[in-house]
Design a protein around this ligand. Structure first.
Ligand code: OAD
Length: 257
């Protein structure tokens, strides 16, 4: 796929933006080797049943299946490295007056690329907690070898109250973490520019953030190799891979600022 031309008029509007929001989804980590959810054939929800793995009911029904599947995903993330898109987003934060980074991703690749204060709307794989008293669970340093797709592994128990430890992610049917969601909404309501990178924009309420920014007149730029539901609503869609387009966009902006 050829890299799209980034119009001068777009760069010119972006360079006057004070408050930026960068809103990312699974596509930003795809080039790091972490599967997305809905891409044909490779997406996690194309290969695995969400209702068997990503709901509170699924965890209560079969904790070993669910814990083992998330352990497989945690192992994938531990092996992965940030890609040029993660790195460019961290650099953008040093170039503009204010930047709020909001992600739906449960990996820590933004942080490992140097981003700080990342708002994880859907939780964090590395932050498992007790399902009763919410005590944080310190993962052992050694990651066991886990086969593709996971294995049955009994979840550990809380040293404080004896209840089960659960993955630190938000499951279907659960609410988003309150502080992160409030901060994200406020930022989307106030920003001058929003980059929507690597998300299908179908999962609510997270996907509503881009529309909030559009509604109050922010410049909105989508970066995605595929068509999404918000193509016709954003200011501009740059069609292609995040690892190529995001560094190019930031480089061109840097030359203008
Ligand atoms: P999806 O899998 O729904 O969408 C990923 C998007 O990334 C698609 O639109 C792809 O076209 C795009 N994409 C693929 N490769 C890309 C690349 N190299 N560069 C840029 N974009 C690329 O993932 P999300 O939108 O993140 O929730 O999914 C949202 C939520 O649904 C997830 O956080 C997860 C899932 O259920 C929970 O687990 C709660």
């Amino acid at each position: 796929m050829p890299t799209p031309v980034i119009e001068f008029s777009l760069l010119d509007r972006l360079r006057s933006a004070h408050h930026w929001v960068v809103f990312t989804g699974a596509g930003v980590s795809a080039e790091s080797g972490i599967p997305t959810f809905r891409d044909k054939q490779t997406g996690l929800w194309e290969r695995f049943a969400a209702h068997e793995l990503a709901t509170p009911e699924a965890f209560h029904r079969d904790p070993a299946l669910v814990w083992g599947w998330y352990e497989w995903r945690r192992a994938l993330v531990l092996r992965a490295q940030p890609n040029p898109a993660h790195v460019a987003i961290a650099q953008l934060a040093t170039l503009v007056p204010q930047l709020t980074l909001i992600t739906q991703n449960v990996d820590d690749l933004h942080e490992r690329a140097g981003s700080v204060n990342v708002l994880h709307l859907h939780g964090e794989l590395m932050r498992a907690r007790c399902e009763r008293c919410r005590q944080h669970f310190p993962y052992p340093a050694e990651m066991p070898a886990i086969p593709e797709g996971g294995a049955r592994i009994e979840p550990p128990v809380c040293t404080q109250c004896g209840a089960r430890i659960r993955p630190g992610v938000v499951w279907f049917g659960e609410t988003l973490p309150e502080r992160e969601w409030l901060t994200a909404r406020t930022a989307a309501n106030q920003c001058d520019a929003l980059l929507c990178i690597g998300t299908s924009s179908v999962v609510q309420p997270a996907a509503s953030l881009t529309r909030l920014a559009i509604a109050h007149g922010a410049i909105t730029v989508q970066i995605n190799p595929n068509v999404t539901d918000i193509d016709d609503e954003v200011t501009c869609s740059l069609r292609g891979r995040a690892g190529e387009i995001v560094p190019e966009l930031i480089e061109q902006l840097r030359a203008m600022i």
